[in-house]
Structure formats: C-alpha cells, structure tokens
Design a protein around this ligand. Sequence first.
Ligand code: PRP
Length: 212
Amino acid sequence: MGNPLTIALPKGRTFAETCDLLRQAGYKLPDEFDDTRKLMIDTLEGNLRFILAKPLDVTTYVEHGVADVGIAGKDVILEKEPDVYEVLDLKLSKCHLAIAGLPQTVANGVVQRVATKYPNVASKYFKEQGEQVEIIKLNGSIELAPLIGLTDRIVDIVSTGQTLKENGLIETETICDITSRFIVNPVSYRLKDAVIDEMASQLSRIVEGGTT
Ligand code: PRP
C-alpha cells in the first residue's frame, strides 16, 4: 500500500497505555513496538505508519501534516494551540495541571517567578488572575526550581502526586484536568476521511465501553 495512514504517538510515561488502547481497538502493533528505539515503524500490512515522538512534539508533526493523526495530551494542545482537529477525548493518561510551591513560600502568598514546561498556559493563567509573574521555561524536572531557589512556584503536571510529595512541595491550585486526545490534520481528514473515521470510531468504541 503506497500511502499509509501515519499516526504520531507520544513516547514516554503514557506510551504503554496508548499502545494498550490501540491494541484493544484492533490495531496489530508489531511485537518490537514496546521496547524499540526505532522512531518510525510500519505495520506488516503496510497500511499504518507510526511515528514515535516526544510528547510535546506530537502536535507539531500532525499540524505540519507529516503525521495524519496523533495522540496528544491536552496539556500539549493547550500549550501549542495547533491547527488540528481535536476529534476524541480518549479519557486516558488522566492527570491535571497544577500550581505548586514550597509550604513556606506558599504561606506568604506572593508569586513572582514560575518555572514550567508550559510557558503559554502558565502566562495565560496568571494574566487571567491579574497577577504579573516572570515565567521561566524549563524542559523537565520542574520540581527542582523552587528547591534551589530559582522560582517560588511551578506549573506542572500532577499525576500520582508522588513527585510533589517527595520534593516537599504542595499544590495550591488546579488549572485544569488533562487527558489524551485523538487529533487529526485537517487536510489529511479531507483526503483520508474514511480510514480516519474508522480509527476514531474504533477508539471511541473502546473508550466509551470503559475497558481501558
Ligand atoms: C511529569 C511531571 C511531574 C511528574 C508528575 O514529569 O512533569 O514531574 O511527571 O507525576 P506524579 O504526580 O505521578 O509524580 P515526567 O516524569 O514526565 O518527566 P520530566 O520531569 O522530565 O518532565
């Protein structure tokens, strides 16, 4: 088959759940899938191509049309505001975006500097609250920033709460709940609507069936 449907998947903490969902939806992922260091994998039938991407890059591949569809966290969608269709809430990889800080800093109520992987989300949120803060973009291990005195707050994903707890941080506010979403490139949707609709409906069947 000459023109496979290309799907970008986020490699990382949510990858196993994403693979489970696709398998339950009837997609035969190659055996090597779960442990591979390969970044692009075709199915044996040749009708599907997987791009294994960094979570924050999934929307970029889909927006540029090098992937027809993708599975992206709502956190990434809010941060990047990509020009893609958000077709389905997969109700997967549930977590939330929160503000946190050290108890002693939180107690005085002043927010001056905020570390985050989500500068756009954070800056929008604090603007809406009428607070003027300096946003410092980091690429990971955000919880380190208040510990070493870089910032007085962080905006980050909280899943189990373990990372906050182990670093002595407390959550002060929830910004929003986060789940994975099925996203589609608008041009791909015009050209490959049947196969994309089929994938959306297979995924939806599993999600609504509550078996994930
Ligand atoms: C994410 C997030 C938090 C942590 C939250 O980081 O940025 O640090 O997970 O999870 P928890 O509430 O279950 O502890 P990730 O592990 O993706 O790595 P990163 O720090 O490199 O971003």
